[in-house]
Structure formats: C-alpha cells, structure tokens
Ligand binder design. Structure first.
Ligand code: FES
Ligand code: FES
Length: 205
C-alpha cells in the first residue's frame, strides 16, 4: 500500500484523517510501512526469539549489526542500541510522527515497525539526510523559516518532508500540509514548517 496520498485531488484524505477514521493503532504499521509483518514473520520455520537475535540493519548506507529481541521496535534499536537519537520517542504508538525514518525511501513510523522487519531494507534517519555543514534543501528551509520551537518534532518533520518533496516538486502549501498530516507539533510551529516545505519543494531534496 502506498504511504502517499493523492494531493492532486482537493478532497484528498490526509494520512492523519485516514488514521483517525480507522483507528490509529491497528492501522499505522500497515499504512506506513512498506513491509508486511506477515511477509517477514509468518514464514513457516522462521520463528525467532524470544531472546535476542542478530540483525544487520542498513542504516544511512552502512551495515550495522545489533542483537535485539524480536519484540524491539526499530525506533528503540536506533535510539538505544545504535546511538541514532535523531528519531524521537513521543507517543510510541504511531500517531505523532516524531520517530519518522525512511525505509526504502518511504516515511515510516519507526515505533510501529520491528527492528527485525527492517533487515534488508534501506533505512535513512535524519542523521543520514544531512549534516549541519551540509544540510539538504528541507533542513536549510527549516532554518531559514525558523520552523521550530522546542525542536523535538523537527527531525520527524524533516524526514517526512524530505520524502514528500522528492515526490512532489513544486507542491502548494495545501499539498505540503496534507503531505505532512502524519506529523504533529505540540508547539504549533506549523506555519513556518509549511512555508519551509513549499520552499524545499521548489528546489527538491
Ligand atoms: S513516537 Fe512514533 S509516531 Fe509518535
Ligand atoms: S517545535 Fe516543539 S513539538 Fe514541534
């Protein structure tokens, strides 16, 4: 299932609206993850755990080996085992987007995906999107528009916005708003972030 909405249609349902309508908890993984749990876990004879199992994750272009229990989320593996703390743990239940990473180029709530599901996928965290010395277009636009207050939601927005503008060059502000509907900012810094998204969409990311 695509993680994108068709923003060319004015009546397009936002990711957030869709999640609200169906019940977030049970839908988030299926909607946002390109990987099916069944695909990964339900193969006969592939039962693993409950103890730690070795997993190799391809993160920001590098293979990273880690031993995790199968129940460990990608978010916890990144933050607690691999020192990649750009993705934030806020709701831990697929509603806020603070934990967003790219998996094979798609924005995914890393709190709603198991680390073992991510094996063999290309994972990109905010650390792999750009650095303070070499920011991507979205990061630059966020700085230029002062699009943050506490900054806790910012990495998730930057990752989601990067995926969005890659697929929607020249997006309008309404399209950016709809495209980032799966991310929440508790400080309410939406105005700056939407303008940053529009600017970044002009230049690509
Ligand atoms: S921490 Fe993952 S969606 Fe909120
Ligand atoms: S800037 Fe504080 S939560 Fe978004």
């Amino acid at each position: 299932m695509s993680d994108e909405i068709d923003t060319s249609k004015p009546t397009g349902l936002s990711r957030r609206g869709f999640l609200k309508g169906l019940g977030v908890g049970s839908v988030a993984t299926g909607l946002l993850s390109p990987v099916s749990l069944n695909e990964t876990l339900a193969k006969e004879g592939d039962v693993v755990g409950p103890g730690e199992v070795p997993v190799t994750l391809k993160i920001n272009g590098q293979g990273r080996k880690v031993d995790v229990e199968p129940r460990v989320t990608l978010l916890d593996a990144l933050r607690n085992r691999l020192d990649l703390t750009g993705c934030k743990k806020v709701c831990d239940r697929g509603t806020c987007g603070a934990c967003t990473v790219l998996v094979d180029g798609h924005p995914v709530y890393s709190c709603s995906m198991l680390a073992i599901e991510a094996e063999g996928r290309e994972i990109t965290t905010v650390e792999g999107i750009g650095t303070p010395e070499k920011m991507n277009a979205v990061q630059k636009a966020f700085v230029e528009h002062d699009a943050q207050q506490c900054g806790f939601c910012t990495p998730g927005f930057v990752v989601a916005c990067t995926a969005f503008v890659r697929k929607h060059p020249n997006a309008s502000i309404d399209e950016v708003r709809a495209g980032l509907g799966g991310n929440l900012c508790r400080c309410g810094t939406y105005a700056g972030m939407m303008l940053a998204g529009v600017d970044a969409a002009k230049g690509g990311a």
